[in-house]
Design a protein around this ligand. Structure first.
Ligand SMILES: [Zn+2]
Length: 252
């Protein structure tokens, strides 16, 4: 497991221990650069920078305990990311990525939730790209551990599925008119990193590094801050309005 979040002072920890846990997952890292822009900028660099901004924006609200699957430029397997969210008893898991589509004129952000079958060909291709991060883990990772096999067997519980869809809708709503979106921005596919059955999860493609306009936005710290702020608004809306899964147990 990579470093998680930042250490909180003892008093703050007492106050925050019952807060919902949000796990931010900056995609790729270390030997896995993710997709690469025309000028050599790595996806892993953008996801980590935006992840830190989101960490700060969510922490500032005082409403969440925020953790990260990685807070430095290290490689974490997809299995390790899922296991980290499970161990932290995360109430929400949000994976951050940048897309690379075959058509350079396509641009905009999109939000993916888990489904055993892809919603369309584009979604299937994106899932195949993101799942392939585990090729970096080497041959010892060709199978899955019994723990992950158990997770796969029981995935897509109803509460998790509804929670994930709700989060995706909240993100789409808060991005509309502010951050460019792909047509039909909420898609579903079989993403390895979204397979924790107990945690509502979404994977955010923040834009397309294959599109020059998106690339310019994605590398800009002010746009990264805008994305972090809109995601914070989405997560606020999710916890304010949605009472499924762990949110219901906490409220009840
Ligand atoms: Zn990615």
């Amino acid at each position: 497991m990579a470093a998680i979040g930042l250490a909180a002072p003892a008093q703050a920890r007492l106050v925050t221990k019952n807060l919902p846990v949000v796990m931010i997952d900056p995609g790729h890292g270390g030997m896995d650069p993710g997709t690469i822009a025309a000028d050599g900028l790595f996806e892993k660099t953008i996801t980590l920078a935006t992840g830190h901004l989101l960490y700060r924006a969510l922490s500032r609200t005082g409403r969440y305990r925020v953790e990260m699957t990685r807070s430095t430029d290290v490689y974490v397997t997809l299995e390790g990311r899922v296991a980290g969210a499970t161990a932290a008893k995360a109430d929400l898991f949000l994976s951050l990525h940048c897309d690379h589509l075959p058509e350079a004129d396509l641009r905009g952000a999109s939000i993916f939730t888990l489904s055993s079958t892809a919603s369309d060909r584009l979604a299937a291709g994106v899932a195949a790209d993101e799942n392939s991060a585990d090729r970096f883990a080497g041959p010892h990772f060709s199978g899955v551990s019994p723990q992950v096999a158990g997770i796969l067997a029981s995935l897509e519980t109803r509460a998790t599925r509804v929670g994930s869809a709700t989060l995706a809708q909240d993100i789409q709503r808060s991005f509309t008119g502010v951050v460019p979106l792909l047509p039909d921005p909420h898609r579903s596919a079989n993403f390895a990193v979204l397979r924790d059955p107990s945690t509502p999860s979404a994977l955010m493609e923040m834009g397309c590094l294959s599109n020059p306009l998106d690339e310019r936005l994605l590398r800009s710290p002010s746009h990264q801050q805008l994305v972090a702020d809109r995601l914070t608004t989405s997560i606020d809306a999710y916890f304010a309005n949605y009472s499924g899964g762990r949110g219901l147990r906490m409220a009840g």
